[in-house]
Write a protein that binds this ligand. Structure first.
Ligand code: A3P
Length: 282
């Protein structure tokens, strides 16, 4: 058991107390990020991993040029804190608006985001589905740590010893800022229930004015089925893993009753008293 944990821990490095996969993040990149110059029209998408960031990224990129045939030009690695440290120099050349996806805590974002008042959309998903999705992602995708079993992943997830650290720490950190000016909060489950309404809210927040017809077109292109069908084209070999199942409640296929209770306990202990805790949906 111990040696398995040691082997796993070699696949992570810790920066300011949070574990990151060594294949995706480096401390040099984190240091370079401190001096990243955000623009006031940057579009920031903050989420814990597996809460639907690629879904929202797609919705926003389609909305930016809804009026023209132009396609949004993605930075080479859409997650702000991932990649090589020179990426921020290259990002200076990108036209506005840039979409900056991040899994960082509010406290760890570069200060220029706040100084320049970039708008931030925070996406949450209930912790059970997030954990289930994260487990599949780790075990499906090569080059990131994999786990010998769901039980092992669950144990690490509850301890916060997974990529980007604890879901609960992330939630508590962002909870304090969800009503800040320039911050908007959205739930995966609400988007799933009413995609067109969610798209309307998101695009209005970022100041795009779309017609009802444009919203319908983007909705049709942003369903799970539509995105999965195109995933190899849009996201390469990792595509089908990024668009795995897209459902609410899939956690029931993995959690034992004991794990379910353990998660409920943790939720009660850490989030139940917060305004975010009251909003999360299963
Ligand atoms: P599942 O593993 O439960 O299927 P992220 O993009 O932040 O990595 O999140 C990935 C999760 O969002 C995956 O969850 C994926 O299927 C889901 N997802 C992606 N696009 C979606 C869509 N259009 N509709 C519903 N869920 C979607």
């Amino acid at each position: 058991e111990k040696s398995k944990e040691t082997a796993l821990s070699r696949l992570f490095f810790t920066y300011q107390g949070i574990p990151y996969p060594i294949t995706m993040c480096t401390s040099e990149t984190f240091q370079a990020l401190d001096t990243f110059e955000a623009r006031s029209d940057d579009i920031v998408l903050a989420s814990y991993p597996k809460c639907g960031s690629n879904w929202i990224l797609h919705i926003i990129s389609e909305s930016i040029f809804a009026d023209s045939k132009k396609k949004y030009e993605y930075p080479e690695f859409p997650v702000l804190e991932c990649g090589d440290p020179e990426k921020y120099q290259r990002m200076k050349l990108l036209p506005s608006p840039r979409i900056l996806a991040t899994h960082l805590h509010y406290d760890k974002l570069p200060g220029s985001i706040f100084k320049n008042k970039a708008k931030i959309l925070v996406i949450f998903r209930n912790p059970k589905d997030t954990a289930a999705s994260f487990f599949h992602f780790h075990n499906d995708v090569p080059d990131i740590p994999s786990y010998s079993s769901w039980d092992e992943f669950f144990r690490q997830f509850m301890k916060g010893q997974v990529s980007w650290g604890s879901y609960f720490d992330f939630a508590i950190n962002w909870n304090k800022h969800l009503d800040d000016e320039n911050v908007k909060f959205i739930l995966y489950e609400d988007l799933k229930e009413n995609l067109a309404a969610g798209i309307k809210q998101i695009t209005e927040f970022f100041g795009f004015s779309l017609t009802g017809e444009q919203i319908q077109t983007i909705s049709a292109q942003s369903t799970f089925q539509a995105m999965r069908a195109k995933s190899r084209e849009t996201h390469g070999a990792v595509g089908p893993f990024l668009f795995r199942k897209g459902e609410v409640g899939d956690w029931k296929n993995l959690f034992t009753e004991t794990q379910n209770q353990e998660m409920d306990e943790k939720f009660k202990e850490r989030l139940a008293g917060t305004s975010l805790g009251a909003k999360l949906k299963y």
